[in-house]
Unconditional design. Structure first.
Length: 292
């Protein structure tokens, strides 16, 4: 089960979150056919997205992340809600790169670092928030740290990782987020910087120890809030059917005449919905009978 574990540490001065997102990364690999470096880039972004979603006010609140760095992977898009249903994709899931000289996946080159990271958050109060920051490295963790500092004025130390096995599956994925609360002491800020440096191998530690054990290593007796994270898309055959009806019967019949079927593809979960003539006609007949 993918999950986020949160608590307060160091006298309540710092919010700590540790995420295990292995399961949702494997679901993304299965759906999108991701190369190892694509899985690492998308997996890190999905982990950060899940963390952001954990602060949303309601289950129905929504959030989206867009990263455009100019790398070979193209744009990365992720989205989620307050119930921690997360999804996402990268434009070029089959793009691959040789590892860095240190042997690690070259996420920075896959993403690129000449663009921006944008977060759009809607808590349902009629005032969506949009924040953008320039990419720092394309390695994702540093880029989200820069976003928190410049767009939300909340310094946040972040470690993110995705461990891919030789069979292409994810063995361990997730992250650590240390966020000093307003009024935190200089000592708490210093400790935050020191602690995050210890998590350069966070994906291996999640695989070997588990996320909750990592959190407990900070404060064994703290009260921990644990929530499940799921890979879940908002698309469905019914929603796509409603979209087709919104086109109008004449437009739908024109598409059917040209292509023989109406196909709608969801990039988030890589699902294609095909509607033939009979099913499309039934959609409009049903809609018209309801109106009558």
């Amino acid at each position: 089960m993918s999950a986020i574990h949160k608590t307060l540490i160091w006298g309540g001065q710092v919010s700590l979150a540790v995420l295990d997102t292995t399961q949702i990364v494997n679901e993304a690999i299965r759906r999108h056919g991701l190369t190892p470096v694509a899985a690492a880039a998308l997996g890190r972004t999905m982990s950060a997205t899940a963390y952001l979603c954990s602060w949303l006010k309601a289950d129905t609140s929504t959030l989206s992340v867009s990263i455009e760095g100019g790398g070979v992977g193209g744009k990365i898009r992720t989205a989620g809600d307050g119930a921690l249903n997360v999804r996402g994709f990268t434009e070029n899931p089959g793009a691959d790169l040789p590892p860095r000289p240190d042997g690690k996946l070259n996420v920075g080159a896959f993403v690129g670092n000449t663009g921006s990271l944008t977060v759009v958050r809607d808590d349902g109060d009629g005032l969506p928030f949009a924040g953008t920051s320039a990419l720092v490295s394309g390695e994702i963790a540093e880029d989200f740290s820069a976003y928190f500092l410049t767009s939300e004025q909340r310094p946040t130390a972040i470690a993110l990782g995705v461990l891919i096995g030789t069979d292409g599956s994810c063995f361990g994925a997730g992250g650590v987020f240390l966020q000093p609360l307003p009024g935190a002491s200089e000592e708490a800020l210093r400790r935050t910087e020191e602690e995050i440096a210890k998590f350069s191998n966070i994906s291996a530690r999640i695989f070997e120890e588990g996320a909750e054990a990592i959190l407990r290593s900070f404060s064994p007796e703290s009260r921990v809030d644990t929530r499940e994270i799921r890979f879940r898309c908002r698309c469905s055959r019914a929603r796509v059917g409603a979209l087709i009806v919104s086109l109008g019967r004449k437009e739908a019949e024109s598409i059917l005449s040209e292509y023989g079927t109406i196909s709608v593809h969801c990039h988030d979960c890589n699902t294609t919905y095909d509607f033939g003539r009979e099913e499309t006609a039934a959609l409009f007949d049903r809609e018209e009978s309801h109106e009558g």
